[in-house]
Design a protein around this ligand. Structure first.
Ligand code: ADP
Length: 191
């Protein structure tokens, strides 16, 4: 496990559904009704309760689906985590050059939810780098810059300047393979 920012950021390899953290982030799709990759693994391991809450969110708050870059929380069912934060990453090449901005929004909005709930730890998968085709090198840059800015209390817009990381003590990046973690470790912008 590699550490950055005085241990507030950790990089690890494994199955994110097994992480003992307060919040696990799901690389969802806008339907919120499940899919492959991390999404499928979270719903399989977490059980029906998560899907039932996602269906309710669709019915009430997001009838058109969760927009790209936004995030929403549910409980975590049978996962060891306390909640799941679902966020929709950009599909590479489908957003007219706004992919980096949208990917940053995924990280920032997930962190805002965790901080708003007073959570101490959050684990992220490599959002958009699977089926959504985001180049891993580029994703590493965006994921690290956004988390660093957040933990250092400088969010991108004036409106959010008062938001802070609050009780958030640990942000963990969970890669499915050592090769993916190595790409991140070669391309991150910490330090
Ligand atoms: P997206 O649709 O946002 O690209 P994917 O789930 O297809 O999301 O992939 C995102 C990343 O998550 C990929 O790098 C993939 O290897 C990884 N991944 C898949 N399953 C897991 C898991 N159980 N735990 C951690 N990472 C996973």
């Amino acid at each position: 496990m590699k550490e950055f920012l005085n241990g507030r950021v950790r990089v690890t390899v494994g199955d994110i559904t097994r992480e003992r953290v307060d919040a696990v982030v799901n690389a969802a799709n806008s339907s919120l009704l499940g899919g492959g990759g991390v999404d499928g693994a979270i719903h399989d391991a977490g059980g029906e309760a998560i899907l039932a809450e996602c269906r309710e969110l669709r019915r009430t708050l997001y009838p058109e689906g969760l927009p790209t870059g936004e995030a929403v929380a549910t409980s975590a069912g049978r996962l060891p985590a306390r909640c799941v934060i679902h966020t929709v990453g950009p599909v590479w090449g489908r957003h007219g050059g706004r992919e980096a901005e949208l990917l940053a929004n995924c990280y920032r909005n997930s962190l805002l939810i965790a901080a708003g709930r007073g959570l101490a730890s959050i684990a992220f998968p490599a959002i958009s780098t699977g089926v959504y085709g985001y180049p891993r090198e580029e994703a590493a840059r965006v994921a690290s810059e956004t988390v660093a800015k957040f933990l250092q209390g400088e969010t991108a817009t004036g409106d959010e300047r008062d938001e802070s990381a609050g009780a958030l003590r640990e942000v963990r990046y969970v890669f499915f393979s050592q090769a993916d973690a190595d790409v991140f470790l070669r391309n991150h912008k910490f330090d």
